[in-house]
Design a protein. Sequence first.
Length: 451
Amino acid sequence: MYTNYYFIGIGGIGMSAIARYFKHRGFAVSGYDRTPSSLTHALEQEGIGVHYEDDPSAIPSDIAHTFVIYTPAIPEDLGEMQYVRSHGYTLCKRSQALGEITRGQECLAISGTHGKTTTSTLLAHILTHSGEGCNAFLGGISKNYNSNLLLSERQLVVAEADEFDRSFLTLYPHIAVVTATDADHLDIYSDHAHVVEAFGKFTAQVDADGTVVVKQGVEVPLENTTAKVLRYAYDTPCDFYASDIVPLERGRFDFTLNHPGGRIEHCTVGIPGWVNVENAVAASAVALLHGTAPMKIREALASFQGVKRRFDIHLDTPRIAYVDDYAHHPNEIRAAISSIRNIFPGRKICGIFQPHLYTRTRDFADDFAAALSGLDALILLPIYPAREEPIEGVSSQLIFDGVTIPDKVLIPKEQLMDHLRSRNLDCLVTFGAGDVDRFIEPIEQYLKSLA
């Protein structure tokens, strides 16, 4: 029935994966995004038309055969949104489109306020590396495959189950993971209790003959969940956990993966950080429950290259180290700093942080300040607003005032590169989910000139 798929907000990581999926299926795909990016350029190179002006005339005129998919990050007063609503186009949110794509397939879903992108990408890699293959819709760019979409003929799909806007409630998985249920997106949920409640609704949608794998200690109301419930942890004995953990060079570990069916000895993850051992336990739990052979899992873990912008080490020399991380919640920042200190012991860590959203800054300013005080030096940038309008009295200054380390500065992003040139840098890290990623390449080039 539909021959055209049009995306409003096509440059988003989740939107672009679905756009690629429909392009692969042979449909005409195009869309709008506010700003060009590496993602939109990649889409254009793949034959997907992208424009950057709010222009209703760019929408396919064949209303009966055009399906419009939009992201809730797009403002309702956007001209294109108003046009498709008033002209009778069939349209749905990104999450609804993903729900329809996964319907009829065996869905393995990774949810949680932190860790879901790395865990889902690692699971997809295990299934692909094992030779089974899967379809995967990822919230980041897999470095093994240089894509956020994996395709297979099998009716098996790995989905990152996003709690924003309650998107994950469109999914009905066979196996689901819950990595964390921390307070976040309070502009949507209003308080932590409603976040936790939503995860309870999500787990209740898992197949009755399926399994929910919840991180040990994570709060999830399970009274309406009919699926089997198992637990995983980093090193706390439970259904799935790591033991015999031996540090290797550069932040990697050798460990034994314990599971209900036995032990997989001498596992390593191809990327550093203790938190990635934890992510590996979660991904391996799903693969084991799905039926992947233990030795195939061990091989895949070792060959995993990680996800762009997820604890992404760009430079590691005796003179300078540079790490980029998507962390945009206080708990993510704490975990990243802990891992950096483990991998680069004794080095002075200077962090660049761009807060994401006015509401998140308002809700967690004190927590951000406490987490960032774990750095040796802080370069704080103004808030990246994304979909939000400014809130009176809310700015990066709220975080800055609470940071306890003396070496801190709050500067406009236009001054960032000049400021970096004035510093004696040892280990640099960029944090944030906004457009701080635009600085990764110039920062890396500058630091290489020092190394």
